[in-house]
Design a protein around this ligand. Structure first.
Ligand code: FDA
Length: 324
C-alpha cells in the first residue's frame, strides 16, 4: 500500500512553512541582503537590483523568442511615501520598456501600492500605473498575495479592469474559494493567470496537499481554456503543462488563445522546449533591491534550492579563504 501523499510530504511542508515564515522576518532580510554570499544564488531568480541591470536580461529573453512581464520587487509597504516611490519605479520601468521596444507588460502587488494604508490610496496608485500602461497599449497583472488580501485585490482589480480591459489578475489553485472566483472573473471577461499559490495558507481556506492543489489546478485550467478568455497557465509542472496541451489539442484551441508563464531562472529547459514547439511563453522577470521575500518563496517552492544555496555559499567562502 502506498504512503498517503500528505504524510509523505509532511517534512517538505514543514521546511516550506519555515522558509515562508522567514520571508516575513525583517532582521533576517537585512542580514541576507547585506551578505555578498547570497548574491550569486539570488541572481538566478532576480534579474538585477536596478532597471539598468534588468533591461539586458529582458532583451535577451526577447531575442530568444520569449515574452516577458516585469515585476519591480517590493511588498507590504506601510507608508504613503514608500508606495508613491514604488509607483514611480513602475512608471520609469514602463517608459523604458516601451522606449526599448520591449513588452510593456508589468506585474505588481497591491501591498506594494499601499493596500495596508487604505484601499483608496492603493487604487489611486494603481490607476496611475494603469493610465501610463494604457497609453502604450501595455498590460498590467495584479499578482495575488496571501488569502487575507484576496477580496481587496479582486475589488481593486475589478475597478481597474472596468477602466482598462488589459488589467489581469491571478488566481491560486491552492485556495478553496478559487473556483467561484474564476467563474466571477470569467463572467466579466477578465484575464486570469492561474498558479498554484506560493503562500503558506491554513487548511480552513486552502488545500494542504500537493495532490489536491494539483487536481484543483487541472479543473480550473480546463474551465479557463474552454472559456476562451486568454488564460495564462503559470506553472513549471510538466504534468499540468502536458494536460494543458492535451486539452487544447483535443478542443482545437489555437496557440494564440492562451499562454504559458514561468518564473525567471526556473526550468529554462522547459521554457525553451515550449517556445520551440510554437507556444507563447511569458517569463516573469523580477528586479529590484527588495528581493528577499520573493527569493525566500522561491526557496520554499523547492527545498532542494536550499542545498543548492548552501553549496554555493560554501564554495564562495572557500574561494574567499583561498584568496586571503
Ligand atoms: P511545483 O511547485 O509542483 O513545481 C513543479 C516543478 O517546477 C518542480 O518539480 C521543479 O522542477 C520546478 N520548480 C518550481 N519552482 C521552482 C523553484 N522555485 N526553483 C527551482 N525549480 C522550481 N504565486 C502566488 O501566490 N501569486 C502570484 O501572483 C504568483 N505569480 C506567479 C507568476 C508566474 C509566471 C509563475 C510561474 C508563478 C507564480 N506564482 C505566484 C508562484 C506559484 O504559485 C508557485 O508557487 C510556483 O510556480 C511553483 O509551482 P509550480 O506550479 O511550478 O509547481
Amino acid at each position: 500500500m502506498g504512503i498517503p501523499q500528505n504524510v509523505r510530504l509532511a517534512p517538505q511542508r514543514t521546511m516550506r512553512s519555515l522558509l515562508i515564515g522567514l520571508s516575513h522576518r525583517r532582521s533576517v532580510a537585512r542580514l541576507a541582503v547585506r551578505s555578498p554570499l547570497t548574491r550569486p544564488v539570488v541572481a538566478r531568480f532576480v534579474a538585477g537590483e536596478t532597471l539598468a541591470e534588468a533591461l539586458p536580461a529582458i532583451t535577451a529573453l526577447k531575442n530568444a523568442g520569449l515574452r516577458t512581464t516585469v515585476d519591480v520587487l517590493g511588498e507590504s509597504v506601510d507608508s504613503a511615501e514608500l508606495a508613491a516611490a514604488a509607483v514611480d519605479r513602475y512608471l520609469a520601468t514602463v517608459a523604458a520598456l516601451s522606449e526599448q521596444g520591449l513588452d510593456p507588460n508589468v506585474s505588481l502587488k497591491l501591498t506594494q501600492m499601499g493596500l495596508a494604508i487604505g484601499r483608496d490610496v492603493c487604487e489611486a496608485n494603481v490607476m496611475r500605473i494603469v493610465d501610463v500602461v494604457r497609453r502604450v497599449s501595455g498590460f498590467v497583472r495584479f499578482d495575488m498575495e496571501d488569502h487575507t488580501q484576496t477580496d481587496a485585490t479582486l475589488k481593486i482589480w475589478r475597478a481597474a479592469h472596468d477602466s482598462y480591459p488589459n488589467v489581469g489578475v491571478v488566481v491560486q489553485s491552492a485556495l478553496r474559494r478559487s473556483s467561484s472566483d474564476v467563474d466571477a472573473i470569467i463572467a466579466v471577461g477578465g484575464r486570469i493567470r492561474l498558479c498554484k499559490g506560493a503562500y503558506d495558507e491554513p487548511g480552513s481556506v486552502a488545500y494542504r496537499t500537493r495532490a489536491a492543489v494539483d487536481a484543483n489546478y487541472a479543473r480550473l485550467m480546463e474551465r479557463l481554456l474552454l472559456a476562451d478568455v486568454y488564460p495564462a497557465v503559470a506553472t513549471h509542472d510538466p504534468r499540468l503543462i502536458a494536460k494543458a496541451i492535451e486539452i487544447t489539442e483535443r478542443e482545437r484551441i489555437g496557440r494564440d488563445r492562451f499562454e504559458f508563464q514561468m518564473l525567471y531562472g526556473v526550468r529554462r529547459d522547459l521554457q525553451r522546449t515550449l517556445v520551440d514547439r510554437g507556444y507563447t511563453v511569458r517569463i516573469y522577470v523580477p528586479y529590484g533591491q527588495e528581493w528577499y521575500p520573493y527569493f525566500m518563496r522561491r526557496l520554499a517552492e523547492r527545498p532542494a534550492n536550499v542545498g543548492f544555496m548552501l553549496r554555493a555559499i560554501v564554495k564562495e567562502e572557500r574561494r574567499r579563504l583561498r584568496g586571503r
